[in-house]
Design a protein around this ligand. Structure first.
Ligand SMILES: O=c1ccn([C@@H]2O[C@H](COP(=O)(O)O)[C@@H](O)[C@H]2O)c(=O)[nH]1
Length: 278
């Protein structure tokens, strides 16, 4: 359970709006971890222990777990359960399917009694429309994070197509606001889209935005804050590879902390600059 108010107070308390992406690839983690019974969990636990006071969210991308079958799925469950309660948990699963299937997806990520894990939010693709999103919104104090304008190069294949209501991604922003409130809906907007935040903030002034694409993808945090920050901060900026693979040695957790700290320090400056913090 994580309300909007709790999210905003965590940002205040930690002076951070950092989300760390737990995109743990067994082939990229330090070799010495292979001496442990479960290298992925050893890695995740140490990264979480070293960084949880500097970030307000963790975002495992489920692909990195699903690709290893039952063991990978168990690691996703164990990772979700290991994240402290005061940190927002996002399953980056990019789901979306018609009603009864959508209900099963929502159960998988939100209903611990059924699946063994309970995330606070799930990323959802909007392409199939309202009935594919509504099953997730039926859960109290849970969040849907809808893909709007993504950070990848091919975002222009569909998202920028012109419709009678502006670009397709703008239509997603407009229409989806009738499905849920600012207490349960956020949008994914890539950091690589910089000035687009100006247009986006005209359409969704109050919503939180999940912003991947800083770090390894080269997006600018400064630009995102300039055009995207609102009174509640309104931003959760994600960095995955640049934090978790900051070092490939025995010091990987310390290096992840150092990288997270340097992002947090910059975030604090931005929070002061845009008057979220005194
Ligand atoms: O538009 C999008 C949507 C999702 N992602 C995901 O975020 C992380 C980014 O990882 P980095 O290592 O910081 O580049 C990853 O899980 C992506 O699948 C995105 O990048 N862009």
């Amino acid at each position: 359970m994580f309300s909007r108010q709790q999210l905003v107070s965590q940002i205040h308390k930690k002076k951070s709006f950092l989300c760390i992406g737990l995109d743990t690839d067994p082939e990229k983690i330090p070799a010495f971890l292979n001496n442990f019974p479960n290298p992925v969990m050893e890695f995740n636990r140490r990264v979480i222990d070293a960084t949880h006071d500097l970030c307000i969210a963790y975002k495992p991308n489920t692909a990195f777990y699903e690709s290893y079958g039952a063991k990978g799925w168990q690691n996703l469950i164990d990772t979700c359960n290991y994240i402290p309660d005061d940190v927002f948990k996002i399953a980056d699963a990019k789901r979306g399917d018609l009603g009864n299937t959508g209900e099963m997806y929502a159960k998988a990520f939100f209903n611990k009694a059924s699946s063994g894990m309970e995330f606070d939010a799930v990323t959802v693709a909007p392409y199939m429309g309202a009935d594919s999103v509504i099953p997730f919104l039926a859960y109290q104090n849970k969040w849907v994070i809808l893909l709007a304008l993504t950070s990848n190069q091919s975002h222009q294949d569909f998202q920028l197509s012109e419709t009678e209501n502006g670009a397709l991604y703008e239509q997603v922003l407009q229409k989806s606001q009738t499905w849920g409130t600012t207490e349960q809906l956020m949008y994914v907007v890539g950091a690589t889209r910089g000035e687009a935040f100006l247009t986006i903030r005209k359409q969704v002034p109050d919503h939180f935005l999940l912003v991947p694409g800083v770090g390894a993808q080269g997006g600018s945090m400064e630009e995102v804050c300039k055009y995207g920050m609102n009174e509640s901060c309104g931003l959760i900026i994600n960095a995955s590879r640049s934090v978790i693979y900051a070092s490939n040695g025995r010091d990987f957790a310390e290096a992840a902390r150092a990288e997270a700290l340097s992002i947090q320090v910059e975030m604090e400056k931005q929070l002061v600059k845009y008057r979220f913090l005194e």
